[in-house]
Design a protein around this ligand. Structure first.
Ligand code: GLN
Length: 234
């Protein structure tokens, strides 16, 4: 293969709700079409994330229990992860991972689960309720519609510099109130979609790969790879 990307699977052994790991398989599937090899390394408890050692990261979702364990451990990596994000490092973060990139998540029992404060959102809990079911959103910027399945207690509110991944057409989204779903900040894509998100939304997978390739190989001609992102007709 012509290009190589190193992917960090953050806490892949603890956060993997509804097969979020499938997102990595989808990235590898499209990477092949883009003449790219992806080397995956799980970065978990007591291991290190070094910003220059990776080109891409994936952070899945989880239950409050696992999230609380990750919340304590990940503070060690806070500076490197934040530097990676500020340096336009691409990350896909789902549900629990999304919550942990922000300021905090108040768990279902009122416990505060600290995030790394890299992104400016925060997440509250709802009383005796979860947002569960199919969800469809529209991203106006790319004129793309994304489909998924959500199951979360958290209600996330976006902050400075963040724009939603899409506007809710049906389902609940970030908080059930403002019609936003997910977040985009620099090259970080966040969402509550499980299922896994990229299996049903291949265009998004290709966008993430392209961002990673362009960042790693700024001189290369990626017109062939760009041509793979075909605008949907709807
Ligand atoms: N524990 C979090 C919540 O309920 C995240 C859930 C998830 O990742 N599926 O909001």
């Amino acid at each position: 293969m012509k290009y190589q990307l190193k992917l960090a699977h953050l806490y892949g052994d603890l956060l993997n709700t509804y097969g979020d790991i499938g997102n990595i398989l989808v990235l590898q599937y499209y990477a092949k079409q883009m003449d790219t090899d992806i080397d995956v390394k799980v970065v978990s408890l007591e291991q290190d994330f070094k910003k220059d050692a990776f080109d891409l990261a994936f952070f899945g979702g989880g239950q409050d229990f696992e999230q609380a364990i990750v919340s304590k451990d990940i503070q060690r990596m806070k500076n490197e992860l934040t530097a990676f994000i500020e340096d336009d490092g691409p990350i896909l973060a789902i549900c629990g991972g999304y919550q942990l990139l922000g300021h905090y998540y108040i768990g279902a029992h009122g416990e505060k689960i600290e995030g790394i404060h890299a992104l400016d959102h925060y997440t509250k809990s709802q009383d005796h309720n979860r947002f569960i079911g199919d969800i469809t959103i529209k991203n106006e910027e790319f004129n793309e519609t994304y489909h998924g399945f959500e199951n979360h207690n958290g209600m996330t509110f976006l902050g400075k510099g963040e724009r939603p991944l899409g506007t809710v057409i049906s389902g609940h989204g970030n908080n059930g109130q403002d019609q936003t779903e997910g977040a985009i900040y620099k090259n970080v894509w966040c969402s509550y979609f499980h299922g896994p998100i990229l299996a049903r939304n291949g265009l998004l997978a290709k966008r993430i790969l392209l961002a990673a390739l362009k960042r790693k190989y700024p001189q290369a001609d990626f017109s062939k790879q760009e041509a793979l992102i075909i605008k949907p007709t709807y």
